[in-house]
Design a protein around this ligand. Structure first.
Ligand SMILES: [Zn+2]
Ligand SMILES: [Zn+2]
Length: 379
């Protein structure tokens, strides 16, 4: 490992600049811009130790801060009150600058969460502190953290569940949480409740003084199966949620969700992980936005998993994830108005890495209306 000169130079610079910043002469926006300019191509402005071996899950160029190209922005239509907040755009690759898969549909100031990836609880704060287009501290008031919809039960989409259940409770508000998901979600929630029962009982006896049964969560399996035309699994005053079967590797039950908002009629589809499937096409039929994963085909030989040869990788990874030609098929057959890509698996060598590569592959494939999301974006 060798440390880049500019990271130490940056530390020196920080000491020089810091007193000026604290004297309050600059706005926070100006400070952010200055920070971005301090380190070449690195808007995050963090020190970077360039790895000698970039072919591990930790060191893959997609994780490098110098390749993060922007912060969160508001891309939602101003005349619509229902929004989707992208909280985490990560995937199993341990990128420290992206939270695990998680999103929130916000209707009437109330959140409905889709997937619960790594760092879920922190992703809320990240959004609150970086996105001011809506009043997120109020949207995320503790009793509102109630409904969760899981596309599938892979670890990277569910590992935030213990936080979802227990962390608000430590701040005084647990409540009865409802977690919708594929068959097995009831077992998963039961095991999480059991695994952290020691924590709950300590809270009851200790300084926090919460009742041990004050934070309950139930897993509600979408059972026995969904149909191609979808199945309504939830409705309240704000939204209707329908589930559709998708195809993701060898998992038997994986779902896409279609949210129809009652306030302004926006339709959001969430594909979760997976390759082309007729169920995903149904979920996205005429929707305003499909939030979906994407993976490079062009640079698949740089993938850190899926076999040794390109042929193996295409076969193995292709059974799990969305190559450009398959997303084009979903786009064409569904007539969805816009695609927003999350959970993007972008592989390449450091010399040729570009954060926009997978987006460009999708555009080259003929998908016209497509965007690449960043944590904290609003749609
Ligand atoms: Zn995933
Ligand atoms: Zn998955």
């Amino acid at each position: 490992m060798k440390r880049l000169n500019y990271s130490s130079a940056f530390c020196v610079l920080l000491f020089l600049v810091f007193p000026i910043i604290t004297h309050g002469q600059d706005t926070w926006k100006e400070n952010l811009e200055k920070g971005a300019a301090t380190t070449e191509k690195n808007h995050l402005n963090v020190p970077f130790v360039k790895p000698d071996n970039w072919k591990t899950p930790y060191t893959t160029p997609g994780n490098w801060p110098i390749f993060e190209n922007r912060g969160p922005i508001d891309r939602s239509p101003k005349n619509k009150t229902s929004k989707v907040l992208v909280m985490g755009t990560g995937d199993p690759t341990p990128n420290p600058y992206r939270y695990g898969p998680s999103m929130a549909v916000i209707v009437n100031g109330y959140p409905y969460f889709v997937d619960c990836g790594e760092g879920w609880w922190r992703a809320l704060t990240h959004a609150v502190l970086t996105q001011d287009a809506i009043d997120l501290p109020t949207v995320f008031s503790l009793p509102n953290l109630k409904y969760m919809f899981l596309t599938h039960l892979h670890e990277d989409h569910t590992v935030g569940l213990p936080s979802f259940i227990s962390n608000p409770y430590k701040f005084g508000k647990g409540g009865d949480k409802k977690v919708f998901g594929p068959e097995g979600i009831d077992e998963m929630i039961r095991h999480i409740n059991a695994a952290w029962s020691l924590d709950r009982h300590e809270m009851a006896q200790g300084s926090i003084g919460q009742a041990p049964d004050g934070s309950t969560a139930v897993g509600i399996p979408i059972w026995p199966k969904t149909e191609l035309e979808g199945r309504k699994i939830f409705e309240d005053d704000n939204v209707i949620v329908e589930a559709f079967p998708t195809k993701h590797g060898f998992l038997e039950h994986t779902y896409a969700y279609r949210f129809t908002t009652k306030t302004d009629g926006r339709i959001f589809a969430f594909g979760g992980d997976g390759t082309y499937s007729p169920g995903l096409v149904s979920a996205a039929k005429g929707a305003d936005i499909l939030f979906v994963e994407g993976i490079t085909r062009k640079n698949i030989n740089f993938a850190t998993w899926g076999g040794d040869t390109e042929k193996e990788k295409v076969e193995v990874i292709g059974a799990y994830h969305m190559f450009p030609d398959r997303l084009k098929k979903v786009y064409d057959e569904s007539g969805v108005k816009k695609i927003v890509m999350v959970h993007v698996q972008n592989y390449n060598s450091p010399e040729n890495f570009d954060r926009l590569d997978v987006l460009n592959e999708m555009i080259e494939e003929g998908i016209k209306n497509i965007l690449l999301a960043q944590d904290g974006d609003l749609y």
